[in-house]
Write a protein that binds this ligand. Structure first.
Ligand code: DGJ
Length: 728
């Protein structure tokens, strides 16, 4: 009884002593606006997110709902809304009654950061909500920080990064679903009553099956160039959950954060937990408009190390040789890529292992020393050869993984994720395991792999960082028994820490993010990488589709797109003309992925033409504004997209025939993003070897004509494709 009275008194005292903050805050980017407010003693509320409007009063007059919690907490809001935050306190209490106690704002680079502090009325749990609004690009990042002021550990049962309330209406979402070699298929569907969850639980990679990004179309079925659209990307490389809760078809709540299943995070006293950032955009210009905002943000705000720089044209050895590499073949490949006009050669898997040489995928991961049988003169001979040919040299590693057949595993079996007493579940090659990135010794080891390579071979200019295993053994021998549920999250925090260390020492080396293809195309990792491998499927026809979906959120200079060999095994031996293969790869960061020795003369000639033309077009392709014109998913037989520079003087236009039958109608294509009053000349590029440019080449049109009347592109044969430079 005495204790109860004490507690009551304490809670009364706390309510009195927490200073309350109230007020309205408008957060702005060039074209968007987010309005938040707090009433005295209440939690933070979200009033509006959308186009910039004149003032708050107008919103009020228009009857905007000013009553939706910015971060619905279990115990603060009624349970019709799902919670974005729930904490199990040390004493078993599951509630939070958040009250806004402070607001501050400060400049950070090109952005303004707004910080709202909230505190539970009873327990010393502090929640800070952050909104980072960029001054030159329409992106607002939001995240939270939860601080445990209690005397004992608390459990974060749910800890979303952000929450949005969407207006009533015909709301559709577009999210990416896929698989290995078939990544990022956009799926559009209307939001209907109930809960829709998009989740990935792979553990290490989060973009193969479902990806952590979503577009929300507020004016019905998604359109590329029109319609109010919100884009959201969770900047995280681990398990995630995107959740939509539609209440009686009228009100939609969107939540995004780390997937709490198996990851109810234990927070020690005084510890703070910062959730991943959720990047949000709003555009009146449909899906393409939201994509352009994301691309601009990625390039200008350092989300990609590459920024506005363009990527080199490279040859990667994987699909040409797989594990069958040796010094002579590496040098032959370097010869070929330099003759084509390429700029970089990347030696992929198969170069390492001493006691256990890497002959296939069953051994050697962890043993990052040169296989002297394949490369008797070491990496030095290869970097010398590259320099002599005027190209750069790059190398493949898979640092977070180990094979049980390796010297590393013999020395440090405890470094692999595993559960004592349970049989190991083995991945690729029947021997692959994931290293325990929560362990600082493993973090040091991974750092050292890169550090040793780069200090011993300073001419290495590019690293392909692969990750081909999911977490199948959910257990860490490093984390204490009562912290195992932190594993999924701490793995990625350990990985990020290691990447930060690598980038601090090696800010300029180009690093490709790869995970069995596009398994790690996400904004959680891209601040540390320059580009990513879009897919292990390089079949040009399927790439039209995969690259289309990937471009929803990621810019062209981040997307590695390589010309493959034919017949191609991944699509049952499909043969596609070299011209089409080149044209598809030219719409991203161009490369090749084949054995040049096996190419026909026609293939060699076309590849050289493509590389020469691409060098002229690449600044616009890689750093221009993307307009997706005709979707391959619309089954019109043709897909088309274009890039335009900021001053609307130059563009590059791609057209691909994706279907072929007798009497097929070829749609007239209207361009976009041009200056209606300027006059442009179409010039065909990468013209098919032995043919002349098509009849459109050299013709002049106004921007208005190109955008309003459109063009019928000659596309006769199967796999016909065209690339035009648009010059004013
Ligand atoms: C998976 C990657 O996606 C491929 O490009 C290649 O690097 C292999 N791993 C090598 O094992």
């Amino acid at each position: 009884m005495k204790e109860k009275l004490c507690l009551l008194f304490l809670s009364f005292l706390m309510t009195l002593t927490i200073s309350a903050w109230s007020g309205d805050v408008t957060i702005e980017t060039p074209n968007t606006m987010l309005v938040l407010h707090a009433r005295e003693g209440g939690d933070l509320r979200m009033a509006y997110y959308g186009a910039r409007v004149a003032n708050l009063q107008q919103l009020r007059d228009a009857g905007a709902d000013l009553n939706s919690s910015a971060l619905p907490a279990f115990g603060t809001v009624d349970m019709v809304q799902l919670p974005a935050l729930q904490v199990l306190h040390a004493d078993g209490d599951l509630n939070l009654e958040l009250q806004t106690t402070n607001y501050s704002s400060h400049a950070e680079g090109n952005a303004q950061v707004h910080v709202f502090t909230m505190q539970d009325k009873l327990q010393p749990i502090i929640v800070r909500m952050f909104y980072k609004a960029y001054r030159q690009v329409d992106i607002i990042e939001t995240w939270t920080e939860i601080e445990n002021g209690e005397k004992k550990p608390v459990t974060l049962k749910r800890y979303d990064s952000g929450h949005l309330v969407l207006r009533q209406g015909d709301v559709w979402i577009t999210h990416m679903h896929g698989n290995w070699a078939a990544e990022t298929e956009p799926t559009s569907e209307p939001l209907t009553g109930g809960v829709k969850i998009i989740r990935n639980t792979d553990g290490t990679r989060n973009a193969h099956l479902d990806a952590p990004e979503v577009m929300v179309s507020l004016d019905g079925r998604p359109q590329e160039l029109t319609g109010r659209t919100i884009g959201a990307a969770l900047c995280w490389s681990g398990n995630f959950e995107l959740r939509f809760n539609t209440i009686s078809h009228k009100e939609h709540h969107f939540y995004a954060g780390i997937d709490p299943q198996s990851s109810e995070y234990i927070l020690d006293p005084k510890q703070k937990f910062e959730t991943p950032h959720l990047a949000l955009t709003f555009s009146n210009e449909g899906l393409s408009g939201a994509s352009r905002n994301f691309h601009r943000w990625a390039r200008t705000e350092g989300m990609l190390h590459r920024g506005m720089k363009v990527g080199d044209i490279l040859l990667n050895s994987w699909e040409g040789l797989y594990f069958d590499i040796d010094e002579a073949r590496m040098i032959q490949m370097m010869d070929d890529i330099s003759k084509f006009g390429g700029e970089l050669f990347v030696m992929d898997d198969g170069w390492f292992g001493d006691k256990y040489p890497r002959k296939n995928d069953t051994s050697s991961l962890g043993d990052w020393v040169v296989d002297k049988n394949k490369l008797p003169n070491g990496l030095r001979a290869l970097t010398d050869a590259a320099r002599e040919r005027g190209i750069k040299f790059g190398i493949w590693i898979e640092p977070e993984n180990v094979n049980t057949t390796s010297e590393l595993f013999e020395q440090h079996p405890e470094w692999a994720l595993q559960v004592k007493g349970r049989q190991l579940k083995l991945g690729r090659g029947g021997t692959q395991l994931v290293l325990d990135m929560t362990n600082p010794q493993v973090q040091d080891f991974v750092f050292k792999i890169v550090d040793d390579l780069l200090t011993q071979n300073p001419e290495i200019a590019y690293i392909k960082w692969d990750a081909n295993a999911s977490i199948q053994n959910f257990g860490s021998l490093y984390l204490p028994k009562n912290r195992q549920q932190n594993l999924y999250v701490d793995y990625h925090l350990g990985l990020l820490k290691t990447l930060q260390r690598i980038r601090a020492k090696y800010p300029d080396i180009v690093i490709q993010d790869c995970a069995s293809g596009g398994g790690r195309a996400n904004y959680g990792l891209l601040p540390y990488f320059d580009e990513f491998w879009v897919s292990d499927n390089t079949d040009a026809l399927q790439r039209v589709y995969i690259q289309w979906g990937t471009s929803l959120f990621f810019p062209a200079n981040a997307m590695a797109c390589h010309i493959n060999h034919c017949p191609y095994w991944n699509t049952g031996g499909r043969v596609i003309p070299i011209k089409f293969r080149c044209d598809v790869a030219m719409s991203g960061r161009l490369g090749i992925e084949l054995q040049p020795k096996d190419m026909t003369d026609e293939e060699r000639q076309q590849t050289s033409t493509c590389m020469a033309d691409y060098k002229q077009l690449r600044p616009v392709v890689q750093t221009g504004n993307l307009y997706r014109l005709l979707s391959p998913y619309d089954r019109k037989g043709v897909a088309s997209l274009m890039y335009v520079d900021d001053v609307q003087q130059k563009g590059v236009w791609f057209v691909y025939k994706v279907d072929n039958y007798y009497d097929q109608p070829i749609p007239r294509i209207c361009l976009a993003g041009l200056n209606p009053d300027a006059t442009y000349t179409l010039v065909e590029k990468n013209v098919r070897v032995g043919q002349r440019p098509c009849s459109l080449s050299g013709k002049r049109f106004t921007g208005r004509f190109l955008m309003e009347v459109g063009i019928e592109v000659p596309l006769r044969e199967e796999y016909a494709s065209r690339v035009f430079s648009i010059e004013s």
